[in-house]
Design a protein around this ligand. Structure first.
Ligand code: GAP
Length: 480
């Protein structure tokens, strides 16, 4: 995949109503995007699939929907106020901010493309300095390499400092609030409420889908790294002595889930262990996807042990330990944390295709898994006369409450097919003159473009069978 492809994808997402730049009429707002009519349907389908994979396939996983604003002490206990930092350097001339380690990495990648020894030497010094939190040496590297501001081409750099990534909200009468940087804390803080109200016994999990916010100063790559994004997280509470067993279990299950989801693109996924650990984790691994800009994290699986529950017990003075299995203990936690927007981008990247047809023309097709497609079926009249639109509309009205369908008669049939291909609709049903005589329609498949005649009564059943979640959930249930 190339830069050229990435630009094509971004443009396609806008033209076909998947993703628009936020606040575009005012020149946009860095690293924020809006999901359009097809985007929101695709997003909802992904959420439903993840939610059902968690809460239907695992009888011991329940859900929660906690508030975005939380008591500010939550973020003291979670370590986010002290430790959720990135490094930052400003250029005084361009007034732009950069992540110093990324400035160095990108410079070295370009400058020493054919000198891997030199490259490794610099990157290893950078890694050592970062480990020791030696910001003076990181700055020295920028000076020694004579790295310039990419815009102003000057070396007028400030010192490097830490920058907290949480958005703070002024709250006049009380303590300042924060926009949550992860949904997980709404799960930890409700641990006892959920355990008691649902009579849960260890091991059990709590799943949540929701918005998170991070003041990313190096936000780019479209929806890959945004300042407002959605996470699908699950915290699985376990006996401490079962940490390795459950960590391995969730690594395997989550990797398998991605492979099954994007079956044809198995080679685009890899599982790698974290080199450096976040402040809350004792072990961690990433599921990575081959995006148009290379392999990058899509989901993290972390062992958080008792880091969060223990700290909440200390800060809130409430009891987080439980008495179960004849002992008093604070459960350990294995977390699976998936970025919904990143999964969305991964699916667009792997399914957007330009195909050359037999007649030499190019068709653009979005080969999404059928069960995730924003629109499941489209119904057209072949021509706009002789009663065909009325029949097509009647069929549409009869089944529209069962499936996400569109009715369209605005263009010629060929153009209608192309439009549905471009948004990933698995099936198009066309009402023609034979429909009047035989109560049948043509059914065209998105991927093969082959057509066959089916009875009107079959439409709903076929859509349900071919585009519903049942098949994939049944397949996944064999792995849990
Ligand atoms: N609760 C743990 C946690 O938040 P993380 O690795 O920081 O862990 C989990 O984030 C996932 O959230 C990532 O794998 C990624 O998919 C998504 N994510 C993180 N930051 C993001 C951002 N700025 N924009 C979009 N998605 C992001």
């Amino acid at each position: 995949m190339s830069n050229h492809f990435f630009e094509f994808l971004i443009s396609h997402a806008k033209v076909y109503g998947f993703i628009f730049p936020s606040s575009e009429i005012y020149g946009g707002l860095n690293a924020t995007y809006d999901y359009g009519p097809h985007g929101v349907e695709l997003k909802n389908n992904i959420k439903e699939f993840w939610w059902k994979s968690m809460t239907l396939l695992h009888e011991n996983i329940v859900g929660v929907d906690s508030s975005i604003l939380m008591h500010p002490d939550i973020w003291n206990a979670s370590g986010h106020i002290d430790k959720f930092n990135e490094l930052l350097i400003d250029n005084r001339d361009s007034k732009k901010r950069y992540r110093p380690e990324i400035l160095i990495q990108e410079y070295v990648e370009k400058k020493f493309l054919n000198n891997s020894e030199k490259k490794e030497k610099i990157l290893s010094r950078l890694s050592q300095s970062l480990k020791k939190n030696d910001l003076i040496d990181v700055k020295a590297l920028i000076d020694e390499l004579c790295i310039c501001d990419p815009i102003e081409k000057t070396k007028n750099w400030t010192d490097i400092r830490h920058f907290n990534m949480m958005f703070k909200i002024k709250n006049e009468s009380e303590k300042d609030l924060y926009l949550r940087p992860e949904t997980a804390q709404g799960i930890f803080s409700n641990f006892q409420n959920i355990r008691k109200s649902n009579r849960m016994k260890i091991p059990f999990g709590i799943a949540q889908i929701g918005k998170s916010f991070r003041n990313e100063i190096f936000a780019r790559k479209f929806i890959f790294r945004m300042r407002e994004f959605e996470q699908m997280e699950m915290q699985f509470f376990i006996l401490p002595e079962e940490e390795i067993k459950w960590y391995e279990y969730w690594r395997k299950i989550r990797f398998k889930w991605h492979l099954e989801l994007n079956l044809e693109y198995k080679k685009y996924y890899k599982l790698s262990d974290h080199d450096s650990l976040s402040h809350y984790e004792s072990a961690g691994s990433d599921i990575e996807f081959y995006f148009p800009f290379g392999f990058q994290e899509i989901e993290g699986i972390h062992s958080r042990r008792d880091f969060d529950l223990k700290n909440h017990e200390f800060f809130s003075k409430k009891k987080f330990r439980i008495f179960e299995y004849k002992k008093n203990y604070i459960p350990y936690v294995i977390e699976t944390s998936l970025g919904l927007d990143r999964l969305f981008l991964a699916l667009l990247s792997s399914s957007l295709k330009k195909e050359k047809l037999k007649n030499g023309k190019i068709r653009i097709v979005l080969k999404l898994p059928y069960y995730l497609s924003p629109i499941k079926g489209a119904i057209f009249p072949l021509v706009q006369k002789d009663g065909l639109p009325e029949i097509a509309k009647k069929i549409f009205n009869e089944i529209k409450i069962h499936h996400r369908l569109v009715y369209d008669q605005k263009e010629s049939i060929g153009k209608l097919y192309r439009r549905q291909d471009a948004i990933g609709t698995p099936f198009c049903f066309t009402v023609d003159y034979d429909t009047i005589k035989t109560d049948t329609v043509t059914m065209r498949n998105r991927d093969t473009m082959k057509q066959k005649r089916i009875h009107i009564k079959e439409i709903s059943r076929i859509i349900e069978q071919e585009t519903g979640l049942k098949k994939i959930l049944l397949k996944l249930s064999c792995f849990t």
